[in-house]
Write a protein that binds this ligand. Structure first.
Ligand SMILES: [Zn+2]
Length: 102
C-alpha cells in the first residue's frame, strides 16, 4: 500500500461496510469506508483513504494533520486553514460528510 509506506506503517486495515452518516472514519487502528464510496470517482476514494490514513497519526484537523495529508498525496494541496484542492461544492460537502464527529 503506497500510502502506508509513506507513513512508515506496516499495515492499516481497511474495512468497507455500512457507515451511518459518514464516508469514512478512523477508529481503533482501522480505516472504515462507506461502501457507497465505490460509486464515487477514484480521486474521491483516494482522498477519503488519505484523509482517514492521516487520522492514524493525528486525531484532529490541525495544520500537522493537513501536512500529513499533503505528504501522503501531493495532488491534494493544503493551505493554512485546511483543505483547498479544487474547492468545489461537492468537495466541501464530502469534507463535512467525513466522520461527522470532527
Ligand atoms: Zn478528518
Amino acid at each position: 500500500m503506497r500510502y502506508e509506506a509513506k507513513l512508515g506503517l506496516s499495515s492499516v486495515p481497511i474495512v468497507v461496510g455500512e457507515l451511518e452518516g459518514s464516508s469514512g472514519e478512523y477508529l481503533d487502528g482501522t480505516i472504515r469506508l462507506n461502501w457507497r464510496l465505490i460509486l464515487a470517482p477514484v480521486r474521491i476514494q483516494d482522498y477519503v483513504i488519505v484523509h482517514e490514513m492521516a487520522h492514524s497519526v493525528h486525531d484532529d484537523h490541525s495544520d500537522a494533520f493537513w501536512n500529513t495529508v499533503g505528504t501522503l498525496s501531493p495532488t491534494i494541496r493544503t493551505g493554512g486553514n485546511g483543505f483547498v484542492l479544487t474547492a468545489t461544492r461537492s468537495q466541501s460537502k464530502l469534507e463535512r460528510s467525513l466522520h461527522g464527529r470532527y
